[in-house]
Design a protein around this ligand. Sequence first.
Ligand code: FNR
Length: 356
Amino acid sequence: MTLRALHDAARKTLDPVHYDYVAGGADEERVLSANESAFDRYLLLPRILCGSETRDTTVRLPGARRAAPVFVAPTAFHRLMHPDGERATARAAAAEGAVLVTGTAATTAVDAVVAAAREAAPDPAVWFQLYLHPRREVTEALVRRAEQAGCTALVVTVDSAVFGRHTRDLRNGFTDLPPGHAAENMRDLPGAPPGTLTDIPMSAAPTWRDFAELARMTALPVLVKGILHPADARLALGHGASGVIVSNHGGRQCDAVPAALDCLPAVVDAVAGRTPVLMDGGVRRGSDIAVALALGATAVGVGRPVMWGLAAEGEAGVRAVLATLRDEYDHTLALCGGRRNADLTKDMVVRRGETR
Ligand code: FNR
């Protein structure tokens, strides 16, 4: 099934309120659509007579030595999509050799997510996403949970000082999880108020000092997610980050920022090869991956497509999404005369209407 067919199948299966929760963005959803349409503005200029019958598309990432160039971006509440929830996503990602970023807002606890990944592959890479909490002991409790579960890296999301205004959720009155579902990583945190488990802890005024403190708390590599400004990429490196993720949260936070892809080149220049630069937002086909890698990304994340695969067909649907993207990317690499990801270079990307 194509990604589009899986999306259509998910739309038919899901409660429309839950469909809107995933599909929607902030405010007028300008950034949501810009993320996808940015890829239409870039075209590939292939090289010829330099290809290879076999290609190596694996990438080296913090806590993942040989991973697919596509990773599963952290998205909340997978059990709203399918009863198997995050366990299905974890098995699928591990089987396809893709890094899974599981989040604080998962409806399955991180140790169960890692255990499910291990059912599908001996050495899976699961990263844990968290926000900075105003109280150090809460952040630390989450870090220890991720370490004990066997996560191989942490991802700190820094674009969420306040929660985005999700227009569709406000219209639909979607404010809480249905009975029987909870953000399981939130159970029994120090000083957590009893009652709702859906209030994901995050600081309203996180600082680089808080980030550096978190990075010192753990021996795991820590990536920063939500970088758009190149100066922040430099600051991230100066405060102990092992990687940066260029992301605007899939258009769910500030609705006046550029498409994630358009922010990538300046961040790549600022980082200058010192750590991997990842990106997410709007990746829907293999050629999108090729464009992002040619512009300097080490790997790209997918959020919504994984949710649609999960809703449509559970574990098999997520596998189909990841396998399709990987195969399409491999095909594009072949057509561009590449045998390795590094063969895709900046000079092979042109803007629509321009040639060299
Ligand atoms: C997200 N995203 C997200 N990011 C994060 O750091 N923590 C989170 O809890 C969530 N939750 C979440 C829920 C849903 C339903 C969506 C769609 C997205 C953002 C996510 O990691 C990623 O940045 C975007 O989804 C990437 O854009 P695409 O691939 O969905 O276009």
